[in-house]
Write a protein that binds this ligand. Structure first.
Ligand code: C5P
Length: 243
């Protein structure tokens, strides 16, 4: 039964028009993609867990003063969010070498980085979200100078908070991706955190065993994706089936 207008369907989420102007309903699917959607599959129950984990994380980030699009969770798979204009930049924060930076720079997975690194990718599926520098962002006007200052400082604050939050449950936050949006108030806009934070967009390693508790299980055909996502939720103290 579809009673709402669908605004957008992405790889892992669907956006519907919200009940009030300026709001959107974000629906979390079980679909999983990797390598720019060349690999497709489903992780049973992923949408339910990611909805809960993202709610948990965004609520805590709001508590430390990070403005986010999250308003409230509506049900098992949906949350109400503020409508924003997404900045077309994927912000990747890295604490430990893994994934694409290893291929690009010849690093070994697990190498500690000398310090936290922020990378930017231009959001364009057809181009495979290429890595870009701040020069490209300024040159093509994807975000303004002050917006980029806000984005970088929020990304570092989010990282500092999440590193500690996950360390407390014996999980190493290796890297993760953030997206930001412009929240308009008349002609004026400000940058807020958007999208989601979940094991889909983070690398999370068990501190004791090194076991991967994130989408790399799907990317690399390691199996046990559902168990890994559930384990992250369990350690965060998020109960299942308590809607
Ligand atoms: O693939 P790469 O190593 O660049 O990914 C870095 C981090 O950003 C990983 O945690 C990955 O899950 C996340 N990411 C994402 N969506 C993308 C690209 C990366 O969530 N399109």
């Amino acid at each position: 039964m579809s009673r709402r207008r669908q605004i957008y369907e992405g790889k892992a989420k669907i956006l519907y028009e919200g009940p009030e102007p300026g709001t959107i309903i974000q629906y979390f699917k079980d679909d999983a993609t990797a390598f720019n959607a060349q690999k497709k599959g489903t992780i049973n129950g992923k949408g339910v867990i990611n909805n809960r984990i993202s709610e948990f994380v965004f609520t805590r980030l709001a508590n430390i003063g990070i403005p986010t699009h999250f308003i409230r969770r509506l049900n098992m798979r949906e949350q109400l969010i503020r409508q924003v204009e997404i900045v077309p930049i994927e912000v990747v924060v890295r604490n430990v070498a893994a994934g694409s930076i290893c291929q690009r720079l010849g690093l070994t997975e697990g190498d500690p980085l000398p310090h936290t690194l922020i990378e930017y990718c231009y959001k364009d599926d057809a181009l495979g979200d290429p890595l870009v520098g701040e020069e490209h962002i300024a040159c093509f006007g994807w975000a303004g100078h002050e917006e980029m200052q806000d984005i970088a400082s929020m990304a570092i604050r989010v990282n500092d908070f999440l590193v500690g939050m996950f360390a407390a449950i014996d999980i190493r936050l290796v890297d993760f991706k953030l997206e930001f949006g412009r929240l308009y108030d008349g002609d004026y806009s400000r940058i807020i955190l958007a999208d989601e934070i979940s094991p889909d967009g983070c690398r999370l390693w068990d501190m004791k065993t090194g076991e991967k508790l994130d989408k790399d299980r799907f990317r690399r055909d390691l199996g046990g994706e559902e168990e890994a996502y559930n384990e992250v939720a369990r350690r965060l103290g998020i109960l299942q089936n308590d809607d």
